[in-house]
Design a protein around this ligand. Structure first.
Ligand SMILES: [Fe+2]
Length: 388
């Protein structure tokens, strides 16, 4: 048998509600803003109070409990986190607990944000949520003891409940919430003007993307097109964005050789710093785009050729390449010394040093001497030789 509900006003703007199980006669009051109002509702319905279930500790939700509990002996169920503030609780509950009201059953949802101890009661079988001061018609609860993100997470949790869920809030704020909504309503096509350090920086309603290279003071001015709006041009709050060091990209390159013969194969490796997960590389020889990739292999270099790699992205044209060089730090520059094959002669000469045993030394035509300790045949002279 489905639950029955009775809603009634309490205090100046609180909403009182009774949940009744026709099968067992059990009846719960969600919070007790004032005992008299709940007693009046019980008389009107003819129900007998058996339970009080508390959403949070604020006085306008619990101050009527002692008197009502004394008169009815109702079982008091309260948030575990509010135990110190709701004396006399018969049952302390938290996230995941099940609360029984006769044959009715509610899941306890932790919904902090309005205050740290706030919980909501979800009677899933009856599609009913008692959300206290977490959510109201056209609004939400005031944030305390938490950040807006905490309350937002609670609201998201409520939003994820089935569409047919009926929500009872702790206050009737619809009119004041509607007035507030209209005061900030931008109509159907508001115009946004972003200002950075007081200067126009874009009119994109979707947002503004900034590179925080320096301290930035940002705000947005909205011009509403809503009919009869009180203030058609309004300014947002101001955000000050501190400068954030931007990682500098760089790339070094290694060459398998820097002094080569004219037809020698040279392998270049790119070594990026802050290149991200998959940097691209553009190789250039004498400023001309020649190849892409993490390595560059070539046998066609000439004396004095300058090889560089640019990280970050590939260049599809000289103009794009120049733009890349403008944005990124160009890596190491390798200047090649390429010798023509056959122009440089290799040679060796030998000379006599010491007696009685002959010690001969060999000298390359270029570079450091190479010593060959040769024991010459006694009594014979060895003449100098040139060998290629
Ligand atoms: Fe509250």
């Amino acid at each position: 048998m489905p639950a029955a509900f009775h809603t009634f006003p309490c205090l100046s703007d609180n909403i009182g509600v009774l949940i009744h199980d026709p099968a067992t006669g059990a009846t719960a009051s969600v919070d007790v803003p004032e005992a008299e109002a709940v007693e009046r509702a019980l008389r009107e319905t003819g129900w007998s109070l058996t339970h009080i279930i508390v959403t949070h500790r604020h006085a306008d939700h619990v101050q009527g409990i002692p008197a009502l509990k004394q008169k009815t002996g109702a079982r008091l169920v309260a948030p575990k986190k509010a135990a110190k503030h709701v004396p006399g609780a018969d049952e302390l509950v938290a996230e995941g607990d099940q609360v029984k009201v006769g044959g009715l059953s509610a899941s306890v949802l932790d919904t902090p944000g309005h205050c740290a101890d706030h919980i909501s009661y979800w009677f899933q079988a009856d599609n009913a949520l008692f959300a206290g001061d977490t959510i109201f018609t056209l609004g939400c609860g005031r944030v305390s003891e938490a950040t807006p993100a905490v309350l937002w997470a609670s609201l998201q949790r409520i939003a994820a409940l089935p569409d047919q869920t009926l929500i009872w809030s702790g206050h009737e704020y619809t009119l004041s919430n509607a007035k507030f909504a209209l005061s900030v309503d931008g109509g159907n096509a508001p115009v946004y003007q972003w200002l950075v350090n007081g200067l126009p920086a874009g009119e994109d309603s979707a947002g503004l993307t900034l590179v925080p290279a320096a301290d930035l003071v940002v705000r947005c001015v909205m011009t509403s097109d809503a009919v009869c709006v009180q203030n058609p041009v309004v300014s947002s709050n101001t955000l000050t964005l501190p400068a954030v060091p931007v990682p500098v990209q760089s790339v070094g390159i290694d060459a398998s050789a820097t002094t080569i013969c004219s037809d020698s194969l040279v392998l270049f490796d790119a070594d990026p710093v802050n290149g991200g997960t998959s940097p691209a590389f553009q190789w250039m020889v004498n400023g001309v785009d020649v190849a892409q990739g993490a390595t560059y292999r070539t046998a066609g270099l000439s004396d004095g050729d300058v090889v560089v790699a640019v990280d970050g992205e590939a260049a599809s044209s000289p103009a794009v390449l120049n733009a890349i060089i403008g944005r990124h730090r160009v890596g190491d520059v390798v200047r090649l010394e390429v010798r023509q094959k056959g122009v440089v002669q290799s040679a060796v000469s030998i000379g006599l040093r010491g007696l009685p045993n002959y010690r001969l030394e060999a000298f390359e035509s270029v570079g450091l001497p190479i010593t060959y300790p040769i024991r010459a045949f006694r009594g014979r002279w060895l003449s100098s030789q040139i060998a290629q």
